[in-house]
Write a protein that binds this ligand. Structure first.
Ligand code: SF4
Ligand code: SF4
Length: 164
């Protein structure tokens, strides 16, 4: 083990930490001119890839209908008990639709289980990561905030079809 130098054994320069200060400055100068990887958020937005799991959203078909058939599987599988679905009957071919669908984003842990279990590809993990609420009620998202046009979710849907 290297023996520690006592104060009286140090030179004057060592006593005022000059060699260490010079080493530190040299390191700073070396890194100062390297390219920076820091993103100037929020002026510059991060664009995630298709594998990214942001907030879960519901698929809205081109005719404006929700794709969800209110089977409740996503709600049952959700480990955070964040999803509430209330089903009702409809005359349309799918027979059932979600009269009420809520995701409590204060509970969601972005696990993606809801997306995995859905038999209809109706709930999708979006790229939306900008989640900030000023009160608890705003963190509970209803159909009005959950429905996203299918055309905007194509990248993730194609990704799921490839790897599911
Ligand atoms: S991502 Fe996970 S925690 Fe969030 S709603 Fe879906 S199943 Fe629940
Ligand atoms: S989103 Fe999918 S799993 Fe959840 S209730 Fe609708 S159809 Fe069923």
């Amino acid at each position: 083990m290297a023996k520690k130098k006592r104060l009286k054994d140090l030179s004057l320069l060592e006593q005022i930490y000059l060699p260490e200060i010079v080493k530190g400055l040299a390191l700073t100068m070396k890194n100062m001119f390297k390219p920076s990887f820091t993103m100037e958020y929020p002026e510059v937005k991060f664009e995630p890839g298709a594998s990214y799991r942001g907030r879960p959203v519901l698929v809205m078909e081109e005719n404006g209908d929700e794709r969800c058939v209110a089977c409740g599987l996503c709600s049952r599988v959700c480990p955070a008990i964040a999803i509430e679905v209330q089903a009702n009957d409809t005359d349309k071919e799918k027979e059932r639709y979600p009269e009420r669908f809520e995701i409590n984003m204060l509970r969601c842990i972005f696990c993606g289980f809801c997306e995995e279990v859905c038999p209809e590809e109706a709930i999708i993990m979006s790229k939306d990561y900008e989640l900030a609420y000023t009160n608890r009620e705003d963190g509970i998202l209803g159909l009005d905030k959950l429905l996203v046009p299918v055309s905007e979710l194509q990248e993730r849907i194609q990704f799921l079809r490839k790897y599911k």
